[in-house]
Design a protein around this ligand. Structure first.
Ligand code: AMP
Ligand code: MN
Ligand code: MN
Length: 322
């Protein structure tokens, strides 16, 4: 851990009476886990906490079992000028969406993240790209501050580790990830419950959506690229909600012969959210960055103003000409 940033952040959080914390827009298990884990801890230390999911503010259904979610408030209820504002798991400031301007107006603006392409957008930046997840960084931070780890906090961070490491299978998983996971489980994190709730408790509506997405999946053999899409019409017809589709791309990328997976999700406003995944040594983050998004070398995303067919053509062209 970059000692000076961590130390400075601990000092600020210890002194603060009020702290605002946020995940990124369209939150995943890591941003939610780090948000709830830190929020529960700060409340236990007697601080006034504002915790929010920016944008639509929807907690995805698969995370509705998580402790601490009663602490979540609408992003719009954040004070105009927060004494301390903590952005979690955000590679750039645009990920704060509706809370971006309030973050910039905060007296102290802190960025805790693990994206390699983090733009170091805050006053204090604790960015560790060698770490599995923001939840792991948050856990290390609390340990360094000697904050007692409760079972609820341990469970929150464990969910962050589990989801961002792809159930401890992605190449961001190393001995340190397992050490952290071991400590979290010893403190009351429940691996069986976490896996069950996040991965094995899906709505039948979403299961039907998975079926549709796989039926229409196509492979571009010379690029070793598999792709599919989800439209607003699919959501309407199956009854699934976009928030529960986080692991859909992980199902798509299981196909033999694919080294790149592309999932295009049509948003309510007609734009398309692009999820990119790759295997082995294929770097896909550059495409996401080039089109205004970001992410990791093997898991990245961006939002496209074009429809899914045009967006896919653009992506294929990028890979062909690279
Ligand atoms: P997703 O495909 O939405 O699960 O995102 C995969 C990875 O890319 C995550 O690490 C995200 O933080 C990152 N990512 C996705 N969309 C964006 C975006 N619009 N801007 C920056 N990073 C993104
Ligand atoms: Mn994330
Ligand atoms: Mn993350």
């Amino acid at each position: 851990m970059k000692a000076d940033a961590a130390e400075a952040i601990i000092g600020i959080l210890e002194a603060a009476e009020e702290v605002a914390l946020t995940s990124h827009v369209n939150p995943d298990g890591d941003s939610i886990g780090s948000l709830l884990g830190l929020s529960i801890s700060l409340v236990a230390l007697g601080k006034r906490v504002w915790a929010a999911i920016p944008g639509k503010g929807i907690l995805p259904p698969q995370y509705r079992f998580m402790p601490g979610q009663d602490l979540l408030v609408p992003a719009a209820s954040f004070p105009e000028r927060c004494p301390v504002f903590v952005a979690l798991d955000c590679g750039n400031i645009e990920r704060l969406n509706s809370l971006r301007d309030k973050a910039l107006r905060a007296e102290r603006f802190i960025n805790i993240d693990h994206h390699l392409d983090n733009t170091i957008f805050a006053q204090l930046n604790l960015v560790r790209p060698d770490t599995s997840s923001t939840s792991e960084i948050a856990f290390e931070l609390l340990k360094e501050a000697r904050v007692p780890l409760t079972a609820d906090v341990a469970m929150s961070f464990y969910v962050g580790l589990m989801t961002d490491s792809g159930r401890f299978q992605h190449d961001n998983t190393n001995a340190a990830t397992f050490r952290a996971a071991s400590e979290l489980v010893a403190a009351g994190g429940n691996p069986h419950r976490a896996a069950h709730e996040v991965y094995e408790n899906q709505s039948l509506e979403y299961m039907r959506l998975i079926g549709r997405t796989l039926v229409r999946a196509e492979m571009v053999p010379n690029l070793e690229l598999i792709h599919s899409y989800v439209s607003q019409q699919d959501l309407a017809e199956t009854g699934a909600v976009m928030e529960e589709t986080e692991d859909l791309i992980d199902i798509l990328r299981m196909a033999r012969g694919s080294r790149i997976a592309v999932l295009l999700k049509q948003l309510e406003d007609g734009q398309v959210r692009v999820s990119l995944r790759s295997a082995d040594d294929v770097d896909i983050a550059w495409i996401a960055r080039k089109h205004g998004g970001g992410g990791h070398q093997r898991a990245a995303g961006f939002t496209s103003p074009y429809d899914h067919e045009t967006t896919l053509r653009i992506i294929e062209e990028e890979f062909r000409s690279n």
